[in-house]
Design a protein around this ligand. Structure first.
Ligand SMILES: Cc1ncc(COP(=O)(O)O)c(C=O)c1O
Length: 305
């Protein structure tokens, strides 16, 4: 099929990866309870010019597009998962990365599995694997080991210097040995937050499907988020905002559109401290501080003219 303009439907992905390929990004809205796309939102965004759909597996939650996968494949549209948050999570019974989609994991410093800095792309075919190896090595076809045996090498196209260093890979492999523990602890801690937060009025927890996921983030939706953020910082609690909506960023001004749910979430979302080295006592302290912050910020917003 002749599809001169390449369109990629994406859900609030982090950076400009689609535009780096020359494709036109088409942002989609999200389900405000999960911050992920749904079958319906994806199908509303795709057209006969769409080449790929890039769901973000937000907070660690797998995005199950099985209801529309057959149609997407039939229309020659790839699913490229931004699984930066979702290492270890399951889509149904299967781990993310084994479901037949092209999956990209990040192993950055705060991810479920870290190697310091780096990541992994899971290809689905030998051709994709060869292409990825070439892309990560300045377009060179031969591996470093092969190059060591010959006097020349071939550069067969575009490439970047994205190969993982041996040092980073070694850190990742050691972390992998401890991943079972990280997985269990992250679930226990996320559930501890859920129990503690249930006592606070006006706080909605973003659902990560904890029984199947390895949670990466613990996020809440609250009115007066900015006021609460300020109050939490004043109490020394490391809250954050993940993320200001991408479709409103200047870099994407050309493709700006209205995404009401994403924009509402962008105003209300607050990320609570979350990693596998927290204790349940730390979580109680965060939630106590949050209760106080909500009261103070609520009172401050009422006092405004
Ligand atoms: C949703 C999402 N996608 C992509 C990335 C990029 O990952 P990396 O920094 O490993 O390239 C991140 C990193 O934080 C992310 O959170």
């Amino acid at each position: 099929m002749d599809r001169p303009e390449r369109r990629i439907a994406i859900a609030s992905c982090r950076e400009a990866s689609p535009t780096a390929t020359g494709a036109t990004p088409v942002f989609t809205d999200v389900d405000p309870t999960t911050l992920c796309v749904t079958d319906q939102l994806v199908m509303e965004a795709v057209t006969d010019r769409t080449r790929a759909v890039m769901p973000v597996l937000f907070g660690g939650r797998a995005v199950n597009l099985s209801g529309v996968r057959k149609e997407l494949v039939g229309r020659d549209i790839s699913i490229v998962e931004d699984a930066a948050h979702a290492f270890g999570s399951r889509n149904g019974a299967r781990r993310v990365g084994t479901t037949g989609d092209l999956t990209c994991f990040s192993f950055g410093p705060i991810k479920n599995l870290t190697c310091g800095q780096g990541g992994v792309v899971i290809p689905r075919s030998l051709t994709e694997a060869a292409t990825l190896r070439r892309l990560r090595m300045l377009g060179v076809v031969q591996s470093q080991a092969e190059r060591g045996q010959t006097t020349s090498y071939g550069v067969e196209g575009f490439g970047l210097r994205y190969q993982m260093s041996g040092i980073n890979a070694t850190i990742g492999l050691v972390q992998l040995d401890h991943f079972d523990k990280a997985e269990t602890t992250r679930r226990i801690l996320w559930r501890a937050y859920r129990r503690a937060l249930a006592a606070l009025d006006g706080v909605r927890l973003v659902d990560v499907d904890v029984d199947r996921s390895v949670p990466h983030l613990c996020q809440i939706l609250i009115p007066n988020r900015d006021g609460v953020h300020k109050q939490m910082k004043a109490r020394g609690v490391g809250v954050g905002v993940h993320y200001p909506p991408n479709h409103l960023q200047p870099a994407f001004a050309r493709w700006r559109c209205d995404l009401p749910a994403t924009e509402q979430v962008g105003r209300e979302v607050l990320t609570l401290p979350f990693h596998q080295h927290l204790s349940e006592n730390d979580i109680d302290q965060v939630v106590t501080a949050l209760g106080q912050a909500l009261k103070t910020a609520g009172a401050a917003s009422c006092a405004r003219p």
